[in-house]
Design a protein around this ligand. Structure first.
Ligand code: ZN
Ligand code: ZN
Length: 541
């Protein structure tokens, strides 16, 4: 097996299992870019190593409907549209809605906990797990090489809203049978103890609704059906009406309601028009944008770029986690909302969020229940993988059987033993506007240079016979502090470089452009301690 994403990072989860020449993929997600990746929309796993083998793929098993597990599916199906998608009812409904936007009609295989189904040589059994989205599944994969259990994302909330707990009895039964390789969610492996139950958020949410003098605006993930269920219930109890705001929120909650995962008290939901007619203390808006995403409803409200105007006395509730890397964006949004007069309640000042992932205590329980031969921590940055590996070892898994691997590392399972046997490409593939995989690290480096240092372009008209300047070069600068006189000093340096080149018989536009770039670059560095991007253009006179 090889993970093409999700190991050494939180996002773009994708694991490829191979047996008897056939492939089974578990999850195919996206990773959201950080500030050092300007312009990038999302980051995909690198499909290079399976691109020539797409016909060998039996199916894609989707453990749940989060973007970091399903977001890459449209891009993989573009390459082979008829790979069967296997998942629970809600997961398939979420991916279906997404694929509609890409005009792809997938082959779907709906499964639920307890189902056993073979895809080529892979006998799959699906196990209920509890997570921050309903209908999540772990998958057990039996082949002649052994039994693999992949938890997907999970936690062990014993009192979840829908009563659907992680099926430890199934974990135990599989453990009895003998789990050769156990892949477990590392996200919260560093967090001691147990993740608190979703239901324990009620008092804090109650307080918000009880004390809010005017509107309550709640922002959450558009997939967190249970969190939004709690919001709806509390809003209803306090006599408020609710409207969903934001495309993905409206779409997903429509799906969840239609499929029976979200129960809406009659008359609670209204549209924006009806909501505007109500007094402010009877209004609740539920919107997207809890991660400070610039295009989402909440950020646009903060920027005064949304029909909903934040006013004095509004209460904004961020009922969500803060994904590492999004801190700056989220605090910016909180600051702006506060500036407009809102009281912002978030996980930093009230108990309005619990994680969707198992903490260290839950992981230890799982290892003790399953007693796996080998363990591969997944879903986490290196520190999370390491913490998870340490827990496995503490519960008695032989250290040789605990493998910390990064994306692209090929792990073989032979006779109950795991071994690292190779490496395949697993770099970042950037979706950048309309291009997929076109933007490279070099492009991002250029963008960072432009952002940090600015750009100077030099147009030099060079006499073809002498190789010297035919007239004063033209300078154009952006993002580089300059005035009329700034570039006067650099002209002699360009003249000197060209004279030297002419003397040595160096010619040709490309070579001369390089010389000019070097001369201007050295000058900018020496004079201004800056390294702007330099774009030289040599024109023959
Ligand atoms: Zn998840
Ligand atoms: Zn995840």
């Amino acid at each position: 097996m090889v993970a093409l994403g999700g190991l050494g990072e939180i996002g773009r989860n994708m694991t490829v299992f191979e047996h008897a020449g056939r492939l089974l993929i578990v999850d195919c997600g996206v990773l959201f870019p950080e500030e050092h990746q300007p312009g990038v929309d999302v980051i995909l796993p690198d499909f290079t190593s399976i691109r020539d083998r797409l016909d060998d793929v039996e199916a894609i098993v989707l453990t749940h409907g989060h973007e970091d597990h399903i977001g890459g599916v449209p891009y993989l199906l573009r390459e082979r549209p008829d790979i069967p998608l296997v998942g629970s009812k809600l997961t398939l409904a979420f991916i279906d809605a997404k694929l509609k936007e890409h005009r792809i009609r997938p082959v779907k295989v709906e499964v639920s906990e307890g189902d056993e189904l073979a895809f080529g040589p892979f006998d799959c059994e699906f196990v209920a797990v509890n997570h921050s989205i309903p209908d999540s599944l772990a998958v057990a994969i039996r082949t002649a090489a052994g039994l693999v259990l992949h938890t997907g994302d999970f936690k062990m909330d014993q009192f979840p809203l829908d009563g659907r707990i992680t099926d430890l009895r199934a974990f135990a039964r599989l453990g009895e049978e003998g789990v050769d390789l156990f892949l477990t969610d590392s996200t919260n492996a560093e967090v001691p103890g147990f993740t608190t139950s979703e239901g324990e958020l009620v008092p804090a949410i109650e307080t918000v609704f009880r004390t809010a003098p005017r509107r309550v605006i709640v922002s959450s993930f558009a997939s967190h059906v249970h969190r939004i269920q709690q919001i709806l219930d509390v809003a209803h109890a306090h006599g408020r009406k609710v409207a969903f705001v934001g495309r993905s929120m409206v779409r997903n909650m429509g799906i969840a309601q239609e499929l029976g995962y979200l129960t809406v008290p009659p008359g609670l939901l209204v549209d924006m028009k009806a909501l505007e007619k109500l007094p402010a203390d009877r209004v609740c808006l539920v919107c997207t944008g809890s991660q400070g995403e610039p295009m989402a409803a909440l950020s646009r409200m903060a920027n005064r770029d949304h029909v909903i105007r934040i006013t004095e006395g509004d209460t904004v509730l961020l009922a969500s986690s803060l994904i590492p890397g999004n801190e700056n964006a989220v605090y910016r949004v909180i600051n702006e909302l506060t500036r407009w007069g809102a009281n912002v309640v978030h996980k930093g000042n009230a108990k309005v969020h619990v994680s969707g992932h198992a903490s260290a205590g839950e992981l230890a329980y799982c290892y003790n229940v399953v007693r796996p031969r080998n363990v591969l921590p997944v879903h986490g940055e290196w520190r999370h993988l390491k913490a998870n590996a340490d827990i496995a070892v503490r519960t008695g898994v032989h250290p040789r059987g605990v493998v910390i691997a990064e994306d692209g590392v090929v792990v073989d399972l032979v006779d109950g033993r795991v071994r690292i046997t190779g490496k395949v490409p697993a770099g970042n593939v950037y979706v950048d506007g309309m291009t997929v995989g076109g933007a490279t690290e070099a492009h991002l480096r250029d963008r960072r240079t432009l952002a940090n240092e600015g750009v100077i372009s030099v147009v030099a008209i060079v006499d073809a016979d002498t190789g010297l300047l035919a007239e004063e070069p033209d300078f154009l600068a952006r993002g580089f502090v300059h005035d009329e006189a700034t570039f006067e000093d650099v002209v002699p340096l360009i003249e000197k470089a060209l004279a030297k080149a002419a003397e040595e018989g160096v010619g040709g536009a490309v070579q001369l452009e390089q010389l000019i770039a070097r001369a201007v670059g050295t000058w900018a560095n020496k004079t201004y301690r800056r390294s702007p991007m330099i774009i030289p253009i040599v024109v023959d006179a």
